[in-house]
Design a protein around this ligand. Structure first.
Ligand code: NOJ
Ligand code: CA
Length: 695
């Protein structure tokens, strides 16, 4: 690890050599990325408003944009500010992730810290910290302890992002309760988040204004790819971005609460989450960026390898979404039986799958979404009479399959808080180390929203408590990922977007461009438990009116393209029987040594290559929207002098996501780094490739 002071280029000199325009104010400060391509300027204007601007390749991508807050007592951090101190330094380290898209992450940036003070009472003091990387930048507000101020009650944060043009945006509405929306593509000036057409109606959804959630991804008319998000969201409210169509501007708008006047209350000292701007010439550059995870604190849990285990898992799950079985015991179609679980364990053992998720195992599912009955309905410890929890756990262990527990809280959060110790204690007694949590419905306590500060703190407390019980969390209906998996590596995966489950529900399937949208938006923030692997694309006989808008091979590609350290193998075992394509799912790992995006355009297509953790096998996944694609790709990421046995799973020539989704070919050949890989993707299709080294 190195930490060294790097003198910054004097502003006047930089301006003279035409590197970047600078604010005219005397107090303007500037910092550039290590490669010099991204430049951040910050100053206070004539009214004392703090503003920043961002340039990429010498051209502005963020025009001068104001920074500040309003507070519940009517005061604000807005104007009449002065810069009282300026510090710059550089930092570089390489750290190791216990699991991830890559083992080693480079974290190299130049930092500018400007301390500002209100010239008038109350004279608040705070630091603006800007970290500028080659792949973007992050900035945050840091409030030190100061006399007479115990806490700030934030009515809103007023951070602006003013764009140099009217960029194309891929966005979902700024919903305070739900991220499970389809992405829309419009110019910034045309965003209408209040237009609910095409939006699903989840059990809980609150869209109070014309705002978007993050990550929101953009393409400027200069061909610059941008994505706005936040990193290290702790003890603060989630940030949505309010749309100002006339000024081509987005402005932070924090998620609120009906129980408090403030949107966030923070005791000093505190820092806000980092506001992040990923910047890249290519769409794939956004995917390969490590900005979000870099702007998080290092691992606080130490060695978690004894309980946080990347794995594929099967489940008593899809059959409920298909309505073949039920979560509830009453009605005679209960899915979670000991017998059903054991059958799946046997299936997993035979197919290189190490986990089994069982939903509907515990009492309470008869009326779990009933608004009147939700509180106290689940105790997370009592199994239905036809499910012998201890026996399933024991049998799984004997066969090398770990039972993944399921805690659906139906958003009765206070109930879960009361019962978490008992629930985790039971898992400890049974030697179980992974739980899928879920929070469907409006939050109890009434008045809180899924993405507000109270819930952010709840989600955080679950990771902390779970770590004490050596438990990993796969959260559904979560707070969005902001990279805290680096700090809490038991945050193994989460949902936080519209997943496979929507394909089973009618109406509401995910269109062919959904995955190419997800990869460049939600997935930039961290792993997603999308739950891939459906082979029965038309869902017959269970949901004859509904289907996946995908080819079978595209489902294979998702194991590579949609990164998650735990990947479900979703379909009913009978649909894998006799399918040569199932071999890809048997073989594909979910923990990686390195990852590279080979090509792509936002919302259209992407191809990603990943090398297995601790080994030399490579896997490639490629997906398209509704258009067919022909790619010729260099394999020059492979090492010199090695040959690989390649198995290519491809859409058949006449495959099509609707008309012929299950037609595919499997071809075998030997390749080296000098070979060219040809991929032909059907409309709405994909490709999946396994490369095994020949010794
Ligand atoms: C929603 C989750 O996303 C889904 O996976 C789960 O099966 C249901 N809630 C029931 O808990
Ligand atoms: Ca969900």
């Amino acid at each position: 690890m190195t930490k060294a002071f790097k003198p910054r280029l004097p502003l006047s000199a930089a301006a003279l050599i035409g590197l970047f325009p600078v604010f005219q104010s005397a107090d303007a400060a500037s910092v550039a990325s290590p490669n010099g391509e991204i430049v951040l300027n910050c100053d206070t204007d004539a009214a004392g408003i703090a503003r920043y601007e961002v340039l990429f390749h010498g051209k502005p991508v963020i025009l001068p944009s104001a920074l500040g807050f309003s507070f519940t007592d009517g005061s604000a951090i807005a104007d009449k500010l002065e810069i009282v101190d300026e510090v710059q330094h550089s930092f570089s380290e390489t750290y190791e992730l216990p699991w991830g898209e890559r083992r080693l992450v480079e974290n190299t940036y130049n930092e500018l810290e400007l301390t500002l003070r209100q010239k008038e009472a109350p004279g608040l003091l705070f630091t603006l910290a800007f970290r500028v990387y080659d792949d973007g930048l992050g900035f945050r507000y840091e409030f030190p302890e100061q006399n007479g101020v115990k806490a700030l009650e934030i009515a809103d944060e007023n951070t602006q992002f003013r764009f140099a043009d009217d960029p194309m945006c891929w966005w979902i509405p700024g919903d305070w309760d739900c991220y499970e929306h389809l992405y829309k593509k419009t110019r910034l000036s045309e965003i209408d988040a209040l237009d609910r057409e095409g939006l699903n109606k989840p059990l809980s959804s609150t869209i109070p204004e014309n705002s978007v959630d993050t990550p929101v991804t953009m393409l400027t008319s200069d061909g610059v790819h941008l994505s706005l998000h936040e990193a290290s969201l702790l003890n603060y409210s989630g940030m949505t971005l309010r749309v100002n169509p006339q000024e081509h501007m987005l402005q932070s708008s924090l998620v609120g609460s009906r129980r408090t006047e403030w949107k966030a209350r923070c005791e000093l000292p505190f820092s806000t989450p980092w506001r992040t701007i990923q910047i890249s010439d290519t769409a794939g550059g956004l995917i390969d960026s490590c900005l979000i995870i870099n702007l998080n604190e290092p691992n606080k849990l130490g060695d978690v390898s004894d309980y946080v285990r990347p794995m594929k898992y099967v489940g008593i799950w899809w059959e409920m979404h298909l309505d073949r079985n039920t979560w509830a015991y009453e009605g005679g179609r209960h899915g979670a039986t000991t017998e059903n679980a054991k059958k799946l364990i046997d299936f997993a053992t035979k197919n290189n799958i190490e986990g089994l998720l069982v939903e509907g195992w515990n009492t309470g599912w008869e009326n779990w979404t009933d608004p009147e009955a939700r509180e106290g309905i689940f105790d997370f410890t009592t199994a239905y009479p036809d499910y012998d929890l201890a026996e399933v756990a024991r049998y799984g262990k004997e066969k090398g399959v770990e039972l993944i527990m399921h805690h659906e809280t139906s958003a009765a959060i206070t109930t879960y808080i009361d019962r978490m110790d008992a629930a985790f204690g039971l898992m400890r007694d049974l030697d179980l180390h992974c739980v899928k949590t879920g929070h469907v419905g409006d939050i109890i306590p009434v008045g809180e929203y899924h993405h507000g500060q109270w819930m952010v703190n709840f989600y955080q407390s679950v990771y902390e408590k779970a770590a004490k019980y050596r438990i990993a969390i796969n959260a559904h209906e979560p707070i969005k990922p902001t990279g805290i998996r680096r700090t809490y590596p038991n945050a193994i995966s989460r949902e936080g977007a519209r997943g496979q489950e929507y394909n089973a529900w009618s109406p509401g399937s995910n269109p062919p461009d959904h995955v190419p949208n997800l990869v460049y938006t939600r997935l930039l923030a961290g792993p997603m438990d999308y739950t891939p692997g459906v082979f029965n694309i038309k869902l017959k006989p269970y949901k004859p009116d509904n289907q996946l808008n995908s080819t079978l091979v595209k489902e294979l590609a998702l194991y590579v393209v949609l990164y998650s350290p735990i990947q479900m193998v979703v379909d009913l075992p009978e649909y894998y029987e006799g399918e040569p394509a199932f071999q890809f799912i048997r073989d594909v790992p979910c923990d990686w040594e390195e990852s590279h995006t080979l090509n792509g355009e936002v919302g259209q297509y992407v191809t990603i290559a990943r090398r297995e953790r601790g080994g030399d096998a490579w896997f490639i996944g490629s997906v398209s929207d509704e258009k067919p694609r022909h790619f010729e790709l260099k394999l020059d990421f492979l090492p010199e002098g090695k040959s690989y046995r390649m198995v290519k799973y491809a859409d058949a020539e006449d495959a099509h996501w609707d008309k012929n989704p299950c037609a595919y070919t499997v071809t075998r050949s030997v390749v080296t780094r000098d070979s060219v890989l040809t991929l032909d993707l059907a409309p709405g299709g994909g490709a999946a490739v396994a490369l095994e080294p020949i010794d």
